[in-house]
Ligand binder design. Sequence first.
Ligand code: FAD
Length: 395
Amino acid sequence: MKAWDVIVIGAGAAGLMCAAEAGKRGRKVLLLDHGKRIGRKILMSGGGRCNFTNYFVEPAAYLCGNPHFVKSALARYTQWDFIAMVEKHGIAYHEKTLGQLFCDDSAQEIVDMLVKECEDAGVTIRLRAEILDVERLGEGFMVAAAGQEDSCLSLVVASGGLSMPKIGASPFGYKLAEQFGLKVLPTRAGLVPFTLQPEDKETLEPLAGVSLPVVAESEDGTRFAESLLFTHRGVSGPSVLQISSYWQAGEQVRFELLPAGRLAQGVADSPNQELKTWLSRHLPKRLVEALLVREEWVREKITNKPLKQYVPKELAAIERLLSVWPLKPGGTEGYRTAEVTLGGVDTNELSSKTMMANKVPNLYFIGEVVDVTGWLGGYNFQWAWSAGWCAGQVV
Ligand SMILES: Cc1cc2nc3c(=O)[nH]c(=O)nc-3n(C[C@H](O)[C@H](O)[C@H](O)COP(=O)(O)OP(=O)(O)OC[C@H]3O[C@@H](n4cnc5c(N)ncnc54)[C@H](O)[C@@H]3O)c2cc1C
């Protein structure tokens, strides 16, 4: 059995960062992954350009059972620290929108950068290593993987969440946490498109390809002003992905298709214009056609006529339908397409400074396997970098 100071399970974003940091401190580190490539999610992230962090990272951008938990790690290893590393490696990047930073060329550059950091720090990386068993061994651990047994003092679990099983996602980390008596909060898909209820399919499916800026709002009042995209399977786009993390099965989502007050302005500016024509000037035409046949509009008896002919009560109803367009999703597309997994190892079990399990000394959990989920826009990678860095300072 070979002895290491640190074994990190999962050569993804968090694991690579942690292994490199521990190696820099002179620790003898083994980084294991069951896949045949390093950082597969990094490679496919951000459409192949990796949205690696965000200028506006702040604790409020994270969902977590304990909203204070992320504060320490995000403050100790910030977006500016990661940007400095990216610049040190000469990687060109740009801000796309809303503070989101992407590589100019390819996500491969981020993987290469992290691998170089690991190599320079003397980290041993072993791929295709299916973990068969993990046991407590004195104050440390024994890890059996792919016909080999290794021991370590510190064991770091960075095996990620459940999204995209095709590229190696597994429940390994949750099972290991439970094996050591740690609480794991229920998991569900986040940053994921919605599917439609059967009754909405006929009206909304033909809208596939239509996209527009909206404000999406969940039942708990969380709001995101980003775009909405109709697809063949339902609705997607950044506003939907964001709000999906705040949505529970059976709930409604509301979309502000037109800002309140715009219709009143329309009545003043273009009183002779018919509603349908006016709406088509402000919204995609195919969406207008679909809206007018939707049940709520029919129930409100809204028919097409010049704007000046609508009485105030009717105008108020139209305004309401446009500013809180209700949609009750049938469900989500699930882990197959979700970018992240909500829930996971309960943060009450971990030290927010080191990520070590309070009741299992020398066992650490970092990255997405922990009950911390960020918004769309580089927040999830920043959590992985920050948590990985913090554990890397102490393992
Ligand atoms: C399509 C897509 C695009 C995304 N784009 C972005 C983006 O642009 N910006 C952003 O911030 N976030 C993005 N995310 C989210 C981001 O990828 C994750 O939050 C982040 O990768 C989590 O890092 P991690 O190290 O915890 O897990 P991962 O990066 O998933 O790494 C976990 C590693 O553990 C390995 N592993 C799993 N099980 C085992 C096991 N049993 N034995 C051994 N190894 C195991 C896996 O092979 C994997 O290499 C995206 C996600 C997806 C799916």
